[in-house]
Write a protein that binds this ligand. Structure first.
Ligand SMILES: [Zn+2]
Ligand SMILES: [Zn+2]
Length: 391
């Protein structure tokens, strides 16, 4: 391990202390008021420059200027929790009805740890590091709002990296760093389909137009977009998660609503799924004498790790934990992450920092979710090492 790793390991207690502070006050979506205030307070103590608040309502950025000329690297952490009642029994458990059940509290603490190491090593730093604390990752509104508020400007950010802790999508053990060049996560879009017919008596279906019959056809037909129209070697998902229509066995309902999500790893497949969902539903509605309205809620695009950035990440992580603990992730996941919104604009890499204490650990977004705090320094060290060595 190099001196950055040694320093980070010595800072672990402090990183844990900060993680617990953020853990006690989880806030959701863009309303991260207290979290923002705590981050700003910690950044002031570190003496970083140009602290800006209020991006995406309560996001924060700050700069660490290196002693040598160079490019600008964004280090990004999300900062929002979830509307889950915590049931960990931890002494620092949240009592406000929300919970950091995805590890974003640890992300903030690890980024502050990296910031501390980088301020101490400013003379060896080329260019500038822009610290980016983003709310609203879980709701996927955060990155888009940060971009709208100019997060990648003044100074212009050339490249960006971030990590996710826990046991999400990755096979590693605490203390590992997991990377993957190329596609890592899927685009995530949502749809609401409303079939409208003509309600009436269940005994006289011929006098009605039945939207539940349309919904049943649509449910089956939508499955064929993946099974019959998408290459078996491409990856796509169409899920209908909710169907609501009708109130009693002898009433034909006037409307029936389906809600779902579709995922893809490429831009072309993403666009095609959206178009085909609409075409099939419109044709089913027309064929069955009804009508249909479809609303889309677009989420982040697919996340593609830049090959060169990912190789530099692999090398940085190797400096910290050694080659045997740096693992390549075998395959992408159809989960999504709004880090992809930045990476659509500039090269970047998103990597995993496994921190589940055991294989039976409670999953992400579970009231008993918890992480192994003893490895938080590895996240800080890897971010700092990357910033010091990428250019
Ligand atoms: Zn999450
Ligand atoms: Zn998360």
């Amino acid at each position: 391990m190099n001196s950055i790793g040694e320093r980070a390991r010595a800072l672990n207690d402090k990183i844990v202390e900060r993680r617990r502070l953020f853990h006690t006050c989880p806030e959701i979506n863009l309303s991260t008021v207290q979290t923002e205030a705590h981050i700003v307070e910690e950044l002031k103590k570190l003496g970083v420059k140009d602290i800006k608040q209020g991006l995406a309502e309560h996001g924060v950025t700050a700069l660490i200027e290196g002693g040598k000329p160079g490019k600008v690297l964004g280090l990004r952490s999300d900062m929002d929790g979830l509307n889950i009642l915590e049931d960990t029994g931890l002494p620092f458990a949240s009592k406000n009805g929300n919970m950091h059940a995805c590890g974003h509290d640890a992300h903030i603490a690890m980024l502050l740890g990296a910031a501390e190491i980088l301020t101490e090593n400013k003379d060896n730093l080329k260019g500038t590091v822009k610290l980016i604390f983003q709310p609203g990752e879980e709701t996927t509104y955060g990155a888009v709002a940060m971009l709208k508020d100019g997060v990648l400007e003044n100074p212009k950010v050339d490249a960006i990296i971030a990590l996710h802790t826990g046991g999400l999508w990755s096979p590693g053990k605490p203390g590992d760093i997991c990377y993957r060049p190329g596609p890592l996560m899927a685009s995530s879009d949502f749809f609401t389909i409303t079939f409208t017919g003509k309600g009436g008596h269940g005994a006289t279906p011929h006098l009605t137009v039945d939207p539940i019959a349309m919904a049943a056809q649509a449910f089956t037909a939508l499955q064929t977009i993946v099974s019959r129209e998408t290459s078996p070697l491409d990856s796509a998902v169409v899920t209908i998660g909710a169907i609501h229509g009708g109130s009693a066995g002898n009433i034909i309902a006037p409307t029936c609503v389906l809600k779902g999500t579709y995922r893809a790893l490429s831009v072309a497949t993403r666009e095609r799924l959206g178009v085909r969902i609409k075409e099939l539903c419109e044709d089913i509605a027309r064929g069955m004498r009804g009508s249909v309205e479809i609303e889309y809620a677009y989420g982040p695009p697919a996340l593609n790790n830049d090959k060169e950035m990912t190789e530099k990440l692999r090398l940085a992580a190797t400096e910290i934990v050694g080659a045997e603990r740096v693992r390549e992730i075998d395959e992408p996941t159809m989960g999504a992450e709004d880090m992809a919104c930045y990476m659509e604009k500039i090269p970047g890499t998103f990597f995993y920092h496994p921190s589940f204490k055991s294989e039976s650990a409670a999953p992400h977004h579970n009231p008993k979710f918890d992480i192994d705090e003893s490895v938080l320094w590895i996240g800080s060290a890897t971010l700092a090492q990357f910033a010091l060595s990428w250019q």
